[in-house]
Write a protein that binds this ligand. Structure first.
Ligand SMILES: [Zn+2]
Length: 267
């Protein structure tokens, strides 16, 4: 399989989820073997696993004291469309939340036209079982001929959701990309006091209260679908195609990143 980039530059504008700031995001073509790189002002921050600086309520990468927050939904969109090389210019250090899912990024990237390059894609094939766990959560990578993810979640007021899905472009775009970030209304005030979720609204998140979903879910199991989207975005920081079966139970960004590091070390 050959590497891919986009043909034409395309932009989108919007409010960032945590900072609440307006941000312009531009996708630009990049040469073979560039990888995905973010650029804020003069500083380039490559989307690399070794540059992760925080996994609290999203994945943040940082280089030369320039942070880029909440990169996972954009990286998932790139991975899902098979894009290897891309320059992403931002007017602020957190990209637009868009609608809380990866779908708006998918649409803009498709509009920019995904094109093949000459170099071969890098492949990260898991050879042996790799596992990371914390108290109640775990994530395991097993050898597999393709890329498959299963996920079990159990959230208050919603209950258990489980999904196992083969990750291909069509399944990604239809089944995972539209699944939005979610949050509990009861937590919003506390998050805002920590300087998080300042831009959160019913336009960019699926909200949950004591009665369940507040706004209309796009899928009855939207939460587990979004969790799988996050796994794809976080593992995309490896910078290549993943060959593995990833089994997740109640895990989040911290374990995703820990697993990605283990995969990188194992090869
Ligand atoms: Zn997410």
């Amino acid at each position: 399989m050959r590497q891919k980039t986009i043909k034409e530059p395309e932009s989108l504008y919007g409010i960032a989820l945590h900072s609440g700031q307006n941000c312009k995001l531009s996708f630009l073509p990049a040469a073979e073997n560039t990888g995905i790189v973010f650029k804020v002002g003069e500083i380039t921050v490559p989307a690399q696993i070794g540059l992760v600086s925080s996994t609290i309520r999203g994945t943040t990468i940082e280089k030369d004291r320039q942070e880029v927050q909440l990169v996972e939904h954009i990286l998932a969109a790139c991975y899902g469309l098979g894009i290897d090389n891309l320059r992403i210019e931002l007017s602020a250090d957190e990209p637009p939340a868009a609608d809380g899912s990866a779908l708006p990024f998918v649409k803009v990237l498709k509009k920019a036209e995904v094109v093949e390059q000459d170099a071969e894609k890098k492949v990260f094939a898991v050879k042996n079982e790799l596992k990371v766990e914390s108290k109640e959560a775990s994530i395991i990578a097993l050898p597999y001929h393709g890329f498959k993810v299963s996920f079990m979640v159990d959230f208050p007021k919603i209950g258990e959701q489980f999904l196992e899905i083969e990750i291909k472009e069509n399944t990604f775009v239809k089944e995972l990309a539209p699944a939005r970030t979610f949050g509990y209304l009861s937590e919003v005030e506390a998050l805002k006091e920590q300087g998080l979720a300042k831009g959160a609204s019913l336009d960019n998140a699926l909200a949950i209260d004591e009665n369940g979903y507040v706004n209309e879910p796009r899928f009855e199991d939207e939460l587990v679908r979004h969790k799988i989207l996050d796994v794809i975005g976080d593992l995309a920081l490896l910078g290549g195609r993943i060959q593995a079966f990833i089994k997740c139970e109640k895990s989040g960004h911290a374990l995703n990143i820990a697993l990605a590091k283990k995969i990188a070390e194992s090869l």
